[in-house]
Design a protein. Structure first.
Length: 192
């Protein structure tokens, strides 16, 4: 979000919808032999829709949903919130802020470099952190298949998040907390 623009307010309906989406994504998981479970995070999408603070709240709601369904044990919920939610949000938010400072204010820079690449990096960071803690705690080392599956999963999440954010940027830019219409959609030559 551009420092010159006033912050947008996140809709309570969007917060609830994103929290349920996170919870559903966290319940759909796969486990490869010898590794921690893999699933879509949805935390980067929450960041772009809700902003960093409300995305962190949505992750708590989604983790509670996943724990209530029995997918994530209650004892593992703090680690899930940190590794699958808050760490990816922090990575995607830091990447977005870096892109806004260093690259020109162009719509495709926002969509491809900030959103797509940021989601990819955030998903890989969360998966790598979870894998390292899993290996440290269990003493087992997931093989190359786990890393390949993480790459495929991260790419799928980055593409899906990119498509959803692109659609929202075109049709409902006011629904995106991190998208500044004046910055990214003003005609060339106008002061930004």
């Amino acid at each position: 979000m551009n420092a010159r623009s006033a912050p947008k307010t996140a809709s309570p309906h969007a917060l609830g919808a994103v929290a349920v989406l996170i919870g559903l994504a966290w319940t759909l998981r796969t486990t490869l032999v010898g590794g921690p479970p893999l699933h879509w995070l949805v935390a980067p999408l929450a960041l772009y829709v809700l902003g960093p603070r409300w995305a962190a709240v949505a992750v708590l709601g989604g983790a509670g949903f996943a724990a209530a369904t029995g997918t994530v044990p209650w004892a593992e919920m703090p680690a899930a919130v940190l590794l699958d939610g808050w760490l990816p949000i922090a990575v995607a938010w830091g990447w977005l802020r870096l892109i806004e400072r260093r690259l020109p204010p162009h719509l495709f820079v926002y969509l491809f470099v900030a959103v797509f690449a940021g989601t990819l990096m955030a998903t890989l960071a969360g998966g790598a952190a979870e894998r390292l803690l899993f290996a440290a705690g269990s003493g087992r080392n997931p093989g190359a298949d786990w890393w390949i599956t993480l790459l495929i999963l991260a790419d799928g999440e980055a593409v899906t998040t990119g498509v959803l954010v692109t659609g929202l940027a075109v049709y409902r830019p006011e629904w995106l907390q991190t998208f500044d219409v004046d910055r990214y959609l003003s005609p060339p030559g106008t002061p930004r």
